[in-house]
Design a protein around this ligand. Structure first.
Ligand code: BLA
Length: 512
């Protein structure tokens, strides 16, 4: 495995970001045994930050912190095991200095049988309390918003209003793990990233997996000097996946630096166990959001995720109902039709809105009828061959025809992808839906004048270069056929197979 901080642009997905062996300097870290709280490791800054010169590997934390604090920590650990995430303990007195209490906010959890204590200097709680009082109103706004695009805008606006980060974005992943900024609230002086697409490499696979498990991460200052962890002999590297202070990949810090960003925070949006997207915040000056405030923000993000689920489920039902209604209106008179193929050919433009596409064609009784972009005459038979070979009686789709069928693609200038729907009990009649190439319509929306600084890894680590790479990756592809599209296709398939089945039966009995 590569070492943390030692990868290049081609091996980012192999950087072991969960075991950096160091932390960010706005706090300090200790680990100890569960049984008697003997120190196993500590960040090099811990003795000075906690004002305990005796803090070293092998030290007794109960003696250093006192039984009351350890009691609270033990309770926190029990909760954290149940909740499978760190538990926050605010305002714990870990030492005295010149007669004054030295207070810290703690995040505690257990990993591989080792207690992990992360300590950040206690922050005044007024802002967190203000956050809490605003939370209810914010949740109300979210609950009342039933349109998904509007919901994203409400969330970025509320989060920016609350946190005062310079930029707050909702970043949504696509099926191929590329991402899109679907909403943004920003300081007006900043270039907009709204609507921009970024390749999957910008948040590599191991980072996405870590973010699925761990809901929040913050970089206080991208120019930070990592603080090493001092540890006893023979210990395996400390898994900091759930850590609050984890050192962040230098590659990512370079990316943010190139953008002029000094601090960031992002919160995972997990839906049905999968990473759906993130709320990503940028600040152009160093910024540490205290633990209590992060806790409130995390709650809000979870509520947002629930509302996304509600809207997606409602939309699914609405789409299914709309599809049902449309199919019914097209087929209402079908029973009395004497020439079903001719009837369906005539209905083609009414079927088109069923699934978003740039063109539709029907192949029925050996005749091709198209609407919108379609296949030229000499390629139509090839499409039918493709349908017979790949689809048969099932739905088949491609969002990358150049890869799946280069010959067809080379003869159909506009068609980048196709969805094939069988419409009769035997594999012979089909509906084809066509989509154009995605990138034909999407260009860099950011400021064309803006030039980016770049660090040792060169210009690759800039948003505009990321966009160019995404564009290259989706070259000759169409917008992927979504699960909603496939479900609508399934409804059409069932309805038409039934109608065509009855029609063929009638014909047979008329002939008999
Ligand atoms: C992490 N990359 C991230 C994160 C974001 C992005 C949001 C989460 C960390 C955070 O909250 O700051 C990506 N941020 C973006 C994008 C925009 C943005 C796309 O604001 C657009 C506006 N990053 C690269 C490349 C590599 C890379 C080329 O761009 C590697 C080849 C790596 N990104 C990378 C790594 C992490 C990361 C390793 C994990 C950082 C960590 O948590 O340690």
């Amino acid at each position: 495995m590569a070492e943390f901080g030692q990868v290049d642009l081609t091996s980012c997905d192999r950087e072991p970001i969960h075991i950096p062996g160091s932390i960010q300097p706005h706090g300090c870290l200790l680990t100890c045994t569960i049984s008697d709280f003997t120190v196993l490791r500590h960040s090099a800054n811990a003795p000075a930050m906690l004002q305990h010169e005796g803090l070293k590997v092998g030290a007794d934390l109960i003696a250093l912190f006192g039984a009351d604090v350890i009691h609270d920590i033990r309770n926190g650990l029990t909760l954290s095991v149940t909740q499978r995430r760190p538990v926050f303990l605010l305002n714990q007195t870990l030492a005295k200095h010149d007669g004054q209490d030295l207070c810290f906010d703690l995040a505690v959890h257990i990993v591989n049988g080792e207690v992990v204590l992360e300590c950040e200097p206690a922050a005044p709680t007024q802002r967190a309390t203000k956050f809490l009082t605003q939370l209810h109103g914010m949740m109300d706004r979210v609950r009342k918003t039933t349109d998904i695009t509007r919901l994203f805008d409400v969330v970025t606006m509320l989060m920016r209003g609350l946190l005062e980060y310079d930029r707050v974005m909702v970043y949504r992943f696509a099926d191929d793990w590329s991402g899109k900024v679907v909403s943004e609230a920003r300081a007006l002086s900043l270039e907009s990233f709204l609507g921009q697409h970024f390749p999957s490499a910008d948040i590599p696979a191991q980072a996405r997996e870590l973010y699925r498990r761990s809901p929040i991460r913050m970089i206080g200052d991208v120019k930070f000097t990592p603080v090493p962890i001092v540890e006893g002999e023979g210990l395996a590297p400390l898994d900091m996946s759930l850590g609050q202070l984890r050192s962040v990949s230098p590659i990512h810090c370079e990316y943010l630096t190139n953008m002029g960003v000094r601090a960031s925070m992002s919160i995972s949006i997990v839906i049905d166990g999968a990473l759906w997207g993130m709320i990503a915040c940028h600040h152009y000056a160093p910024r540490v959001l205290p633990i209590a405030e992060r806790a409130v923000v995390q709650m809000f993000a979870e509520f947002f995720a629930l509302q996304v689920i509600v809207i997606l489920k409602t939309t699914r039902l609405q789409v299914a109902e709309r599809t049902h209604g449309l199919i019914e209106s097209v087929l209402r008179n079908a029973a009395s039709v004497s020439d079903m193929p001719a009837y369906l050919r005539g209905q083609i433009s009414r079927l088109a809105p069923l699934i978003q596409s740039d063109g539709i064609a029907i192949w029925i009784d050996g005749e091709w009828t198209g609407h919108g972009i379609s296949a030229p005459k000499d390629v139509q038979n090839e499409f039918v061959e493709l349908a017979l070979k790949k689809a048969g009686t099932q739905i088949w789709q491609s969002d990358h025809l150049v890869k799946d069928h280069p010959w067809i693609a080379s003869h159909t200038a506009h068609v980048a992808g196709v969805l094939i729907i069988p419409i009769s009990p035997q594999p012979e009649n089909y509906v084809f839906l066509f989509r154009r190439e995605i990138v034909q319509t999407i260009n860099w929306g950011g400021d064309p004048q803006k030039t980016y600084e770049h660090g040792p890894h060169g210009p690759r680590l800039t948003p505009r270069q990321s966009f160019a790479i995404w564009k290259e990756q989706v070259h000759e592809r169409c917008l992927p056929w979504s699960s909603f599209d496939i479900e609508a296709a399934g409804q059409l398939r069932s309805a038409l197979i039934e109608v065509m089945g009855v029609y063929h039966q009638q014909q047979l009995s008329e002939r008999a």
